[in-house]
Design a protein around this ligand. Structure first.
Ligand code: DX5
Length: 220
């Protein structure tokens, strides 16, 4: 079995001290940071733009992924890569030209990810699966941290895992939303190998490092 990858969502971080927070996340042994980019249109919340990500880039070595919860992501694709994101994740629901958008991300030298909201079927990406490096299955409706995990997504995760294996593709299968000690096992059993966690990393008993290793253990 593959070693689980743990990704920290910065949404619950102290936005008044993002430089310090990303250093803490790196020190805690998290593998990657997810920047939850929200435009107030695709989701009912607004977070940050590429300049905020760029400001944090130099503080840590760890990888950055941009999770673009924005309408029409194409015009700003280069900005996320320039800001230091090695992975750019677009929502299948956010562009009418997903094939072109994924190609554009790879053209920029980044790894291409595609995210699916809970109601969006896997069929939405079956014709572009060869163009993605990461498939993100949302286990909450995007926009806010601290929401409850939608367990009914597990069959979808399992179908995605089966399709990836059937085609022999090298795709990271990531889940995001409500991931914590009590839910990560179900997501892992269903077939996810990358786990994005916000509130369960930033809050709870012990240190962030202890919470990180507890999550990793629960996913294995
Ligand atoms: C939701 C974000 C998630 C969320 C995860 O719109 O994309 O990354 O912040 O936070 P938790 O782990 O608290 O659900």
């Amino acid at each position: 079995t593959t070693v689980p990858t743990l990704v920290a969502s910065v949404l619950p971080a102290d936005f008044a001290d993002l430089g310090g927070q990303v250093k803490e996340i790196e020190k805690a042994g998290v593998d990657r940071i997810q920047w939850d980019v929200m435009d107030g249109r695709f989701v009912p919340n607004i977070t940050f733009g590429p300049d905020v990500i760029a400001a944090c880039r130099g503080h840590v070595q760890m990888g950055f992924e941009a999770h673009l919860m924005v309408d029409n992501p194409d015009p700003m694709l280069p900005r996320w890569v320039e800001a230091g994101c090695g992975i750019v994740i677009v929502h299948a629901e956010s562009t009418g030209h997903l094939h072109r958008t994924l190609g554009a991300v790879r053209e920029l030298g980044a790894r291409a990810g595609v995210a699916l909201n809970p109601a969006t079927p896997l069929a939405a990406v079956e014709d572009v699966l060869e163009m993605v490096d990461l498939l993100l299955i949302m286990t909450v409706n995007p926009g806010f941290g601290g929401q409850a995990y939608i367990a009914s997504m597990e069959p979808k995760i399992a179908r995605a895992r089966a399709e990836i294996e059937r085609r022999g593709l090298d795709i990271e299968l990531e889940v995001d939303g409500g991931i914590g000690a009590g839910t990560i096992g179900g997501a892992a059993t269903a077939g996810a190998n990358v786990f994005c966690a916000g509130s369960s990393l930033f809050t709870g008993p012990g240190t962030m490092a202890e919470r990180t290793s507890a999550l990793r253990a629960a996913a294995a």
